[in-house]
Design a protein around this ligand. Structure first.
Ligand code: NAD
Length: 270
């Protein structure tokens, strides 16, 4: 990591789905820059406590909170616990997400609802609680020039249609306009909201797409940069969006995708 260990000093961050994959990577990067971090998890308490232990071993501050981001009362309880312990929140990373894939005509309403509830409603509920606290507290100039920052984890599938994954693509398309609408509404209050749209990052959510040589070779055909991304690629982007280095950036999506959204099939076929 090449940035300063004090870049986010004094700031309090919440990372949803912080016990694995991209969320765990972001929690470690924010902590390495001096933020105190809440690691939210759904069910894997051991994994969440391991991330907390890793942060503490590096002399950072962290604790874990179980909550389902799709449930209003659990989200409100989580923010209550965070504010009791840390006093406030400066950075929300809306990272939790799931996939439940099926051909369109075979997709159950239950699988549609579960993905929308976690990936879209979960981001709405957490962003609303964070924004209430940002508005209550306002800017603390010695901490950050913003009253608060929200980073929404989107996907290249906010723009690339994805057959067999209509619930997921619809949820990420929804995240885009959720993010841009609240960015417009809250910018006058010095609250910044942006998205990160990862391409293919090797994590548990997409393991079958990269964990065999044949699958990895097929995936690489979609990536002009010719490598599969890793959680540090996303962690570094999150640090930038959370810090005052991006103070004039709001309502934008940062694609971290090795060029996946550049229509790679046209490189030799246009
Ligand atoms: P992951 O499965 O490791 O992480 C998802 C996390 O969300 C897990 O920790 C899971 O426990 C948590 N979660 C699921 N449902 C939850 C709920 N109801 N409440 C709270 N937490 C819940 O996979 P990942 O790749 O790290 O995914 C993180 C985010 O990145 C997701 O939003 C995903 O859509 C997005 N994303 C990932 C990729 C990729 O290539 N890995 C690409 C684009 C976008």
């Amino acid at each position: 990591m090449s940035y300063s260990s004090t870049l986010l000093a004094g700031q309090k961050a919440l990372v949803t789905g912080g016990s694995s994959g991209i969320g765990a990577g972001i929690a470690l990067h924010l902590a390495a820059c001096g933020a105190a971090v809440v690691v939210n998890y759904l069910s894997d308490a051991d994994a969440a406590h391991q991330i907390v232990a890793q942060i503490e071993a590096a002399h950072g501050e962290a604790f874990a909170i179980q909550a389902n981001v799709g449930r209003e009362e659990e989200v409100q309880a989580m923010f209550g616990q965070m504010c009791d312990r840390f006093g406030t929140i400066d950075i929300l990373v809306n990272n939790s997400g799931i996939q439940k894939d099926a051909a369109f005509v075979e997709m159950s309403l239950d699988d549609w609802n579960k993905v929308i509830e976690t990936n879209l409603t979960g981001q709405f509920l957490c962003a609303r609680e964070a924004a209430k606290e940002f508005l209550r507290r306002g800017v603390q100039p010695d901490i950050s020039s913003a009253a608060g920052k929200i980073i929404c984890m989107s996907s290249v599938h906010q723009v690339i249609p994805w057959a067999g994954h209509v619930n997921y693509a619809a949820s990420k398309g929804g995240v885009d306009l959720l993010m841009r609408t609240i960015a417009q509404e809250l910018a006058p209050h010095k609250i910044r909201i942006n998205s990160i749209a990862p391409g293919a990052i090797a994590t548990p959510i997409n393991q079958s797409a990269w964990d065999s040589p044949a699958a990895a070779a097929k995936l690489l055909q979609l990536i002009p940069a010719k490598r599969i991304g890793n959680v540090d690629d996303i962690g570094r982007a999150a640090v930038w969006l959370a810090s005052d280095d991006s103070d004039y950036v709001t309502g934008t999506t940062l694609f971290v995708d090795g060029g996946m959204t550049l229509y790679p099939a046209f490189a030799e076929n246009g």
